[in-house]
Every structure is written in C-alpha cells, then in structure tokens.
Design a protein around this ligand. Structure first.
Ligand code: B12
Length: 687
C-alpha cells in the first residue's frame, strides 16, 4: 500500500539502480497479489525503458489451518493483469505462488489479441540510494553535493575517522541532508591510517542502510571503490577518474562502473596535468569522453566533468583568469559533449581570503557557473549566501574579480568587503544577513526581511505586532491574521520561490526560509477563529506522492479544523492507494490534495481515476503552486478523451479559504449534488 518495495525502495530508485546493470527485463513478482502491485508497476512502466514483467501471487495468502491459501480467483486476477497490460503497458504477465493452470488459462484467454499499451519513456539520468532516486539534471540546477563527511576537508570528520566514531560521521551526514544536500561526498582517506578500504566499506554500509541521500565515493584507490560499490545498495557516483595515466584510473575504474551501474566524476586532467585554460579543460574532457563512451560504450550521462577551478585569490598573475576559464570550460563541455553533466567544488576559487569575502565570491561564482551549465555543485551552504540577497554594488565588485575585469579587481573587491566589515555591516552569524543589507523599518517589511534573510529570531513577536497594528485600526483579529498571511507571508515566500527558480537562491536557503515561514504561519494561526465541540464533516488531506511541500497543506488542515471539520492529515509524499484507502476508512466527505511540483501534480488525476475505478464519488479538492483552474477542470475527467466525468467532482482551490468555501458548500448546503454538478459543468466549459 505504501507504493514501495518490501524493503522500502521507491520504484523509481529500483528502476534507477537496476537499469544501470546489464539486465533485459524489469518487473515485480511473488510477494503480493496484483492489487498491491498496481501503483509500483504503474511507476515502473512510466520510468523504465525496458520491457516490464508482472507475475504476482494469487492474492496475499491466508493462513487456514496452518496452510497458505491464496484467495484470488482466476477471473479477478486476470482483470487486474489485463488492466496492467492495456493501461500501463506491462509486457509480460503471469502468476506466481497460488496461481493454477486455471489462472493462466483465464489470463491467456482474456489477453487474446491485446497488445500492451505502447510506452515511450525518455531517459532521465538519476542516482539513487537504496530508498530514493534523484534526477541528476535538477530543475532549477544545481544538485547539491554535501562535502562534510570528508577527512580532507573537515577536521571534525577526520577526528571521527581516527577514533572510528561512525556515529559522529552519521551525525555530520544527517546535518547536511537536513540542510538540503541531494547527495553526500564521502572521503575517508587518512595518512595516519592504512585501512581506507575498511573504513569506506563501514561508513557506506551504515549510510546505505538508513539514508535516502545517494553517496559519492571519493577516493583515489580502486580497491576502495570496489569495496564501496560491493556494499552500496544504490546507484553511486565515483569521485573521480581522469586521463593523466589512463591505465591507472580509467582502465581500472570504468569496468567497475559498468559492473555496478555507477556514474563517475571525471576531472579535467590529462597527461599534461591539471588543465588551466578553457580549451585545455575541454580537450581533457573530450579525451575521457572518447575512451569511456567510445571504447567502453557507456552513455554520456555516466560522466560528470569537473572543470576544476584554481583559486583566483593567491595573488598569482597566471591564475587571475581561473574563474573565467572554468566558466568557459563548463560552457564548452556542455555544448560540445551532449548528454554529459558537470560538477564543481565551488569554494576552491577563494582559498586564503577572509571568510566573509569568500562567501560572497563563492555565491557569485556559483551563480555564473550554473548559468554556464553547471549541473552539480559541491558546496557547504554555510560558506556561501543567497546571490539574490547580495546588494548590487557588492555583487558588481565580486563579478569584476571573478571576470578579472581589471588588474585591481580582486583587491578592490577585498577592500570593499573589508570596509563593510569595519563599518559593522558584516554579519557572520547563522542565518546571516547579506552584506550591507540593513533591517528595514515597518513591521510587515521586517517580517518579509526575516523570511528572505532566513532569520527565525523574533519573527513570532513581529507577527503579533503586525496583527496588533491591524486590530488597532478596528480590524477583527481573524481578518487581521488572514491579511498578514495573504499580504505579507505568502508574497515573501513567493519571492523566495521566484529567486530560487531564477537560480539566485540555492535549495538550502529555501529550506531555511521555509523554517521561518512555518514559525510565522504557526503564530498567525493562533489568531484564527475556532469553532469548538462540533464536527461538520470529515476531510482526508495529503500532499501527494513524491512531494515534500507541506506548508500549504498544513495551513489548510488548520483552517478546516478551526472551522469545525475533523481532518485526517496523512502528511506528505502519500501514495495514491493510501489516500484512497484512508478516505474510505475514515468515511471522508471530502479529500484534499496538495502538490507544488509540476511532476507531482500528475498524482492528482491518478487519485481521481483510482476513486472512479473503485466506484467512489468523494469530492476532491486540489491546490498548490504547480496547478491552476484549467488543470483542475481537466482532472474532472477520468479518461483522455474527456468524455467521462468523475462522479464526486474535482475542485481547484487557489488558497485554503477557497478550500474552506467548497467544503462548506459540499457539506453544509444540503445540496451536495448541485455543487458537484456546478463544478462539472464549469469543467466541461474550460477543459
Ligand atoms: C518552501 C519551498 C520548498 C521547501 C519545502 C518545505 C516544506 N516543508 O514545505 C523545500 C526546500 C524542502 C523545497 C524543496 C523542493 N522544491 Co520547493 N519550493 C518552496 C517554495 C519556495 C514555497 C512553497 C510554500 O511553502 N509556499 C507557502 C504555502 C503556504 O503556499 P502553497 O503551498 O502554495 O499553499 C497555498 C495554496 O497553494 C493553497 N493550497 C496548497 N495546497 C492545497 C491543498 C488544498 C486541498 C487546498 C484547499 C489549498 C491548497 O493554499 C495555500 C494558501 O492558502 C516554492 C515556491 C512557490 N512559489 O510556491 C518552491 C517550489 C514549489 N519548489 C520547487 C522545487 C523545484 C523544489 C525541489 C524539486 C528542488 C530541488 N531541486 O530539490 C524540491 C522538491 C523536493 C520534493 N520532492 O518535493 C519549485 C517547483 C517548480 C516546478 N515547476 O515543479 C518551486 C515552484 C520553486 C521554483 N520557482 O522553482 N521547496
């Protein structure tokens, strides 16, 4: 029912891991009856380019007098499997435990002349842990690689490794995941110890068992790579190969990549050494591409090129152009080697200068590298800042240094930042204010500032003040709270989202803003009116599968609960079957679904179609930034031809209050059918 494999693997992760291996078919067999396979098999059909097989048991076995009895009759089993073939495009069907010749005969008869629904699945390069997959081409880029579980770059990690303190390493890893890392670079090499193979295998096993975040195996030793890949249950990235001496790296590592379906970071180094200019970096990349893709036959998406920047901060004249060459190399690699990815250790650019100046330089460099086509960034978010928050003048100084616009550009930049620090304008604490940005006047503005600048401190008091200012002018508390929500909190969060979409704010900072938003919303909610002691109806609420955004959904939960409804909030990432079954179990009058990603909004029609398939007619409210009214209208239809309407109706809600209005209309008006008919008529006109 969870939509996952028995050990908790998401079906997309299963496809990612298995398709990296030399297999010809992929599918599900045994374990359960076809009903429990419906959701994962649909996802596998949508994700895999291989022929898909489905060979379930004849239902979940019942224990009858110590004997396993499989309850599913040939007819119902064939119904499901024929559906899988014609609806999802399953290519091979059959029966496992409990199925008899009668089951197979029925299936063969029903399938006579039926072809699988054609599937054309685009290739999406992904990495995966044992639990979850991540697209390598993030939208918006970059995919963030956490760099702290690293004996070379973190003193804390090094000390933990020297003491074999793996719990500490797990703690560091967890912290990075909580801060928004999509993958974790793991490096355990120590000059003080000779057991890198053992330490790598141990930490990979520990992280592999419990972390959703995929791993990057960072080492120079092929034995370490082998040991890590042998114990890692996901699809890993290896860091790294290069072309300095191909027989030492490429020829030893690439066979392991093939055997385990791994991906590799490829550094722009060839027999001449580490490339310094854009053309050389590109040539080094091209050589590796020719060997790995040409000779070994791996697809270009298995290569992630690191254009390796030198620092511009050493004062060496020959390195003053290092950032420009790196940015240009990324552009060349992306345009001339289609399909490959790029990665960069961003902070290498700024060694040796004041940490505050480093943060600014790193952020501005990252922004331009992403614009040039950077796909993955190895970065510690604490050593950078949101590009969007850096004032224009500071940004211009940083850009001049990065693009080497004049001989004095770097010193000018450092002097500019020095002046900010001396004037007390620099803030190096947590949730750091951007340089030269002063907290504005006005309560609303200060709340907005706190959300954008990721500062939780005092935000609740500010929400109190903003509401008090409104009530002082005669506005009701409830209305004042709603006004603060709609007029201050939501627009601030929208700005965060817009800047994120434009590449001016990376994911870790969005997470921090979301924390401030959650705190503010929680405070605002205490002012909303509450009806106690009644229940006007039951609502089942969920953020759909694959989607972690839950601030909007939780707001809807509060508003409905405050207005006298019993709300069962199923949380986030909830699979279709779980939503439908919870709605039936709780006798829901209404189902509410939230989705903020274009991708995950596709779950909404699936929920509606599943309700329809089961003959249910519970009205469904849908909301979230990814969808709009025309989308809502389309979801009212359960077939592609738009000829069949969902009997319960689908109601698009631009906000939580529109949701409340629909729930009131559906449950309190006394004419639910008329409300449903109205939305359906509107849908027919729009869709
Ligand atoms: C905060 C946030 C995050 C946080 C979420 C934290 C959390 N616990 O929710 C974090 C950092 C984790 C995050 C992650 C990601 N995010 Co995000 N995120 C946002 C952001 C900035 C704000 C969302 C928010 O909370 N808004 C405030 C709430 C109150 O608004 P709301 O949810 O829309 O709800 C209101 C209405 O829509 C409505 N409503 C919503 N649901 C429902 C349901 C019902 C029943 C009803 C009645 C009403 C209703 O009522 C609410 C108001 O009254 C948006 C930008 C945006 N414009 O929305 C991006 C955004 C949604 N994220 C985006 C992306 C790409 C991602 C990531 C994929 C990034 C990545 N590379 O990893 C991941 C997704 C991971 C996943 N699998 O889900 C994109 C989506 C783009 C797209 N086309 O799909 C957006 C639009 C940003 C952008 N401009 O690119 N994100």
């Amino acid at each position: 029912m969870s939509g996952r494999m028995l050990l908790g693997t998401d079906p997309v992760a299963a496809v990612t891991i298995l398709e990296g291996l030399p297999i010809d078919l992929i599918g599900l067999n045994c374990s359960t009856g076809p009903d429990y396979m419906r959701e994962p098999i649909r996802v596998i059909c949508e994700t895999s380019r291989l022929p898909v097989t489905c060979i379930p048991n004849a239902g979940l076995p019942l224990n009858v007098d110590g004997q396993a009895v499989y309850p599913l009759e040939p007819g119902p089993m064939a119904d499901e499997l024929v559906d899988f073939v014609t609806e999802f495009g399953v290519n091979v069907v059959g029966g496992c435990c409990g199925s008899t010749p009668d089951h197979i005969a029925e299936l063969v008869a029903r399938l006579d002349g039926k072809a699988p629904r054609p599937r054309s699945v685009p290739y999406v390069p992904r990495i995966a842990s044992a639990l979850r997959a991540f697209d390598l081409f993030m939208d918006p880029a970059p995919l963030i690689v956490g760099e702290r579980v690293n004996s070379q770059g973190s003193r804390v990690a090094k000390r933990a490794l020297l003491r074999d303190d793996y719990d500490k390493l797990i703690e560091i890893a967890r912290e990075q995941v909580e801060n928004g890392s999509h993958a974790l670079d793991i490096c355990v090499a120590l000059t003080e110890r000779a057991d890198e193979v053992f330490q790598m295998a141990t930490i990979v096993k520990r992280l592999g068992a419990s972390f959703e975040t995929p791993l990057v195996i960072d080492t120079t030793e092929v034995d370490v790579v082998r040991a890590a890949l042998e114990v890692y249950p996901g699809r890993a990235i290896l860091n790294s190969i290069h072309a300095e001496n191909r027989s030492e790296r490429i020829d030893k590592w690439v066979p392991l990549m093939k055997e385990h379906g791994a991906i590799a970071v490829a550094m722009c180094i060839d027999e001449r050494g580490q490339a310094t200019d854009a053309q050389w970096k590109f040539e080094a990349a091209q050589k590796i591409h020719t060997i790995v893709c040409g000779e070994y036959g791996l697809p270009p998406e298995t290569l992630i090129f690191d254009a390796l920047t030198f620092p511009i901060t050493t004062g060496q004249a020959d390195l003053a152009n290092a950032a420009v060459e790196t940015i240009e190399a990324i552009r060349l690699i992306k345009s001339r080697l289609p399909g490959v990815l790029t990665i960069l250790g961003v902070s290498n650019l700024s060694f040796g200068i004041d940490p505050y100046a480093r943060e600014i330089l790193n952020s501005v460099f990252l922004f331009h590298a992403v614009k040039a086509g950077l796909d993955l960034a190895i970065i510690n978010p604490a050593h950078a800042r949101p590009y969007a928050g850096i004032p224009d003048v500071t940004r211009e100084f940083a850009e001049a240094a990065i693009f080497n616009s004049s001989q004095s550009a770097l010193t000018d930049f450092i002097e500019h930042v020095d002046a900010i620090i001396k004037s007390g304008g620099a803030d190096t604490g947590p949730g750091k204010t951007s340089p030269g940005v002063v907290e504005p006047d006005g309560t609303d503005e200060r709340i907005r500032y706190r959300i954008l600048e990721r500062r939780k401190d005092g935000v609740e008091d500010l929400v109190d003040s903003a509401i008090a200012e409104r009530t002082a002018h005669g506005t009701r508390r409830h209305d004042a709270a709603v006004d603060v929500l709609n007029g201050v909190l939501l627009p601030a969060m929208k700005q965060v989202g817009d800047e994120f979409g434009a590449g001016k704010r990376i994911l870790p900072y969005v997470l921090q803003s979301a924390e401030v938003m959650k705190k503010s919303v929680a405070r605002m909610e205490t002012y909303l009116e509450r009806i106690e002691g009644v229940t006007k109806g039951t609502v089942v609420l969920a953020t759909v599968y694959g989607d972690v955004h839950d601030i909007g959904k939780s707001l809807v939960q509060t508003i409905l609960a405050n207005n006298g409804y019993t709300v069962h909030d199923l949380g986030k990432q909830v699979p279709v079957t779980e939503i439908v079954e919870a709605a039936v179990r709780h006798g829901a009058d209404v189902i509410g679904l939230s989705a903020l990603l274009v991708n995950t909004s596709r779950q909404m029609p699936l929920v509606v179609r599943e309700l329809h398939r089961r003959g249910l007619d519970i009205p469904v409210l849908i909301g979230g930034a990814a969808i709009n009214r025309p989308f809502g209208a389309r979801v009212n239809f359960v077939d592609d031809a738009k000829s069949t309407r969902y009997a319960g109706g689908v109601f698009y809600c631009k906000d939580a209050f529109e949701g409340l209005d629909w729930v009131e209309a559906l449950t309190q008006s006394g004419d639910r059918d008329a409300v449903i008919a109205r939305v359906q008529t509107e849908a027919a006109a729009v869709a």
